[in-house]
Design a protein around this ligand. Structure first.
Ligand SMILES: *Cc1c(COP(=O)(O)O)cnc(C)c1O
Length: 389
């Protein structure tokens, strides 16, 4: 008897994984022992600061931390998040009703639509985008309406597109943006809140890169806008700010109703964040600000090395305003982003991500992550020059 199990329609409707071909080619190149410079991954190359690691070690020695983190876990973490938020954004959050810890912000983003989207209901997504949003809406049975974001509008969605949309229940935005590295200002958020209040649309803001910015220009939180807290939920992450991608810690904050819906889904799926990791999070929030400043300076140095280097070989790229990505229009000798990425891999052993993998408006761009040291960036630019000759 042969067994025949099929994936659910839910899984089958996910788009094909566009990075597959590039992944395969990259693995083959590595297996051949080629000296690959990987500008493809959005995972920082640095190590978590020692004080955070020490806090985790200490927390592990307390048996109380080894049990189910019942309810939202360590109350002190939410108190510290509220303090951090007040200092950073001048926004008051009530720790027990307006903040909820997550097993990484991706987890929260993936579960959130389950709390508020019924099958067939519409969600607005900017595009190109971080692929997790699309999957999250699909898993909830929602319908997606894409809002293309373009350089001509600073990679922001047009407010008029939102105003003209019909029956949308939710919108997801992310600034600093992955992949375009664009940043939104408070005026944009104010307009977004206004139109979404008029149309009764829930706003989801992904602020994973709140602390990765350049030239001292701090990205705002949507919760700084008057009235936002009634219709918005914002997702924050420890991953990028403190080099903690592997730890899995983030939080959701904003509207108590929206936060409680997410908490309800989560209470049926997971049993919270390991308490010891929550204690590490408390240490992270109280770290010497100079450590976070070092992180920013490090990316700024790499950004300048890459962009000035590319410009020196005739590839004109705009400076990103936030996140650790460079979103570059492909050189004119290539017809599309896949061909461009393939050429840099084959001829220069450099891995980049094709823009089209983030959505069709990403065609014509490649994304390069600033997750390799400056010396390697100089080496990469030297190799790129030969490809572009
Ligand atoms: C890295 C990233 C996240 C989050 O990560 P977690 O590690 O799950 O907290 C969320 N959104 C975007 C756009 C990201 O690039």
């Amino acid at each position: 008897m042969s067994l025949n199990f099929e994936f659910s329609d839910r899984l089958k409707q996910l788009p094909p994984y566009l990075f597959l071909e590039i992944d395969k080619a990259k693995r083959a190149a590595l297996a051949q022992g080629r000296d690959i410079i990987n500008l493809g991954v959005g995972d920082p190359d640095q190590t978590t600061p020692q004080v955070i690691i020490d806090a985790m070690k200490k927390a592990l020695d307390n048996g109380a931390n080894l049990h189910y983190p019942f309810d939202a876990g360590v109350p002190q973490l939410r108190v510290e998040i509220a303090k951090w938020f007040k200092k950073r954004f001048s926004v008051d959050l009530e720790p027990s009703s307006e903040i909820y810890p997550l097993i990484g912000s991706k987890e929260g983003l993936a579960h959130f639509p389950l709390a508020f989207i019924n099958p067939g209901e519409k969600v607005l997504l900017t595009e190109p985008a971080y692929p997790a949003y699309q999957a999250a809406v699909a898993f909830a049975g929602g319908k997606i309406q894409y809002l293309p974001i373009k350089a001509s509008n600073d990679f922001l969605p047009k407010i008029s597109d939102i105003a003209e949309s019909k029956n949308a229940r939710m919108i997801i935005v992310c600034y600093p943006n992955n992949p375009t590295a664009a940043v939104a200002n408070k005026e944009f958020y104010a307009e977004l809140v206004k139109v979404c209040r008029e149309k009764n649309i829930i706003i989801v803001s992904d602020l994973a890169y709140s602390e990765v910015y350049y030239d001292g220009v701090k990205p705002p939180s949507i919760l700084e806008v008057e009235g936002a807290k009634e219709i918005a939920i914002e997702f924050h992450s420890f991953s990028k700010t403190y080099y903690m991608t592997g730890w899995r810690l983030g939080w959701a904050c904003g509207s108590p109703l929206l936060v409680s819906g997410l908490a309800k889904v989560k209470s049926n799926v997971d049993s919270g964040v390991f308490n010891a990791i929550q204690h590490a999070g408390i240490a992270a929030l109280n770290i010497d600000p100079a450590e976070v400043e070092d992180m920013r300076n490090c990316y700024q140095e790499r950004r300048d090395a890459l962009i000035n280097g590319c410009r020196s070989i005739g590839w004109k790229i705009d400076f990103p305003k936030g996140a650790f990505y460079v979103w570059a229009k492909i050189p004119s000798k290539f017809s599309d982003s896949m061909t461009c990425v393939q050429a840099f891999l084959d001829q220069a052993d450099i891995v980049m991500t094709p823009g089209v993998g983030f959505g069709k408006s990403g065609e014509g761009y490649v994304r390069m992550a600033l997750t390799v040291p400056v010396e390697r960036i100089h080496e990469a630019v030297g190799r790129m020059a030969k490809v572009l000759q």
